[in-house]
Design a protein around this ligand. Structure first.
Ligand code: IMP
Length: 196
């Protein structure tokens, strides 16, 4: 798994609102290369299975779409949506299911596809939910892992990049529903309010 250096040498560029700027942390070329490697590894582990990809809306959509195209063999998709509350310093860790899966996962080889693993509370909730539904195999694929922030005792089976504790956007990840369409994974920075 690749680990990102704390400071990228790439310069910041303006974001899409005043006071916001973005700096490339992981370029689109590196993402593409790593997704290809991860897909090869997953296929080696499950050469003949139909891989049932479960995307967690909405951040995982671009990653899932690229991963699916690299996997080869039989692949099916499903999506679910969750919301988390109290993610600040007084985190309650409460996760709520907003949209459930469309089809049963019983007996299937399931890959939960997440954009980023942060506290791990969302993943912990999902794994508990899915384990009860008796899949044949249950594995977790994450593009990014902010391992420093972990609260829940969970880990991914396949990780793209371990990144520092910075707020990142792009390649599906958002800030206030914006920046999902950036092709690179970028650090979002905010201008300090000027002191008078
Ligand atoms: P966790 O439950 O704290 O692991 O949260 C995972 C979710 O938080 C991700 O699926 C994202 O939606 C969101 N998230 C955490 N860190 C970031 C970030 O740096 N940028 C954008 N979204 C993030």
């Amino acid at each position: 798994m690749a680990t990102q250096r704390k400071h990228s040498s790439v310069r910041s560029r303006p974001g899409n609102r005043p006071g916001e700027s973005v700096r490339v942390l992981i370029s689109r070329a590196r993402v593409r290369q790593r997704v290809r490697q991860m897909a090869r590894q997953i296929r080696r582990d499950f050469p003949r299975d139909t891989l049932h990809l479960i995307g967690v809306l909405k951040g995982s959509v671009l990653f899932l779409a690229d991963l699916a195209r690299e996997l080869g063999g039989e692949v099916s998709f499903d999506f679910l949506s969750v919301s988390s509350y109290g993610k600040g310093t007084n985190s309650t860790g409460e996760v709520k299911l907003i949209k459930d899966l469309d089809v049963s996962i019983e007996g299937r080889t399931v890959l939960v596809v997440e954009d980023i693993l942060d506290t791990g509370l969302t993943l912990k909730y999902l794994l508990r939910l899915f384990e009860e539904r008796q899949p044949k195999h249950l594995r977790v694929v994450v593009l990014l892992d902010k391992s420093e922030r972990r609260i829940a005792d969970v880990r991914a089976d396949y990780t793209g990049f371990t990144i520092p504790n910075e707020f990142v956007v792009g390649y599906g990840l958002d800030f206030d529903e914006r920046y999902r369409n950036l092709a690179d994974v970028c650090i979002l920075q905010f201008a300090q309010p000027s002191k008078k």
